[in-house]
Design a protein around this ligand. Structure first.
Ligand SMILES: Nc1ncnc2c1ncn2[C@@H]1O[C@H](COP(=O)(O)OP(=O)(O)OP(=O)(O)O)[C@@H](O)[C@H]1O
Length: 120
C-alpha cells in the first residue's frame, strides 16, 4: 500500500535539503540567480515549446549536479575532515560534473538567446 504521509514527509526533507544547499552554497545561489534571469529572459523573448524544453533541461541538469556535488562534499567532510588526496580528487571530480553541466547550459543559452539578442 502507498503511504502518502511518508511520501509527504520525504518530500519535506527533500525541500529542506534544497533550502540548506541554497543557504550554504555560494554556487547554488549563483545558479538560483542565473535560473531566475534565464526564465525571465525566456518569457521576455517568448520562447517556443522546444526552446523551453532545452532551457528546462539545462537548468535542471545544473541543479541536479550541484545538489549531488554538495552532498558528496558533505560526505567527504564527514568521513575525511583531514587532508587526503582521494578526498580532494573526489571533490574536484564532483565539481567537474557541475562544470560540465554549466558549460552545456551556457551552450544551450547561447544558441537560443544570441540570435534573439542580435535581432533587438
Ligand atoms: N579533505 C580534503 N583533502 C584534500 N583536499 C581537499 C579536502 N577538502 C577539500 N580539498 C580540496 O580543496 C578544494 C576546496 O574544497 P572545499 O571543501 O572548500 O570545496 P569547494 O569546491 O570550494 O566547495 P564549496 O562549494 O563549499 O565552496 C577541493 O576542491 C579539494 O581540491
Amino acid at each position: 500500500m502507498i503511504d502518502f504521509q511518508k511520501f509527504i514527509k520525504s518530500t519535506t526533507f527533500a525541500i529542506k535539503g534544497i533550502g540548506s544547499m541554497i543557504k550554504s552554497e555560494n554556487n547554488a545561489r549563483i545558479h538560483l540567480l542565473a535560473s531566475v534571469l534565464v526564465i525571465s529572459a525566456g518569457f521576455y523573448f517568448q520562447l517556443n515549446l522546444q526552446e523551453w524544453l532545452w532551457i528546462s533541461l539545462a537548468i535542471t541538469l545544473v541543479w541536479i549536479l550541484e545538489a549531488l556535488n554538495t552532498a558528496i562534499e558533505a560526505i567527504i567532510d564527514l568521513v575525511s575532515p583531514e587532508f587526503h588526496p582521494l578526498a580532494g580528487k573526489a571533490k574536484d571530480i564532483a565539481a567537474g560534473a557541475v562544470l560540465i553541466a554549466s558549460i552545456f547550459a551556457l551552450i544551450v543559452g547561447t544558441i537560443i538567446f544570441l540570435p534573439k539578442v542580435l535581432l533587438l
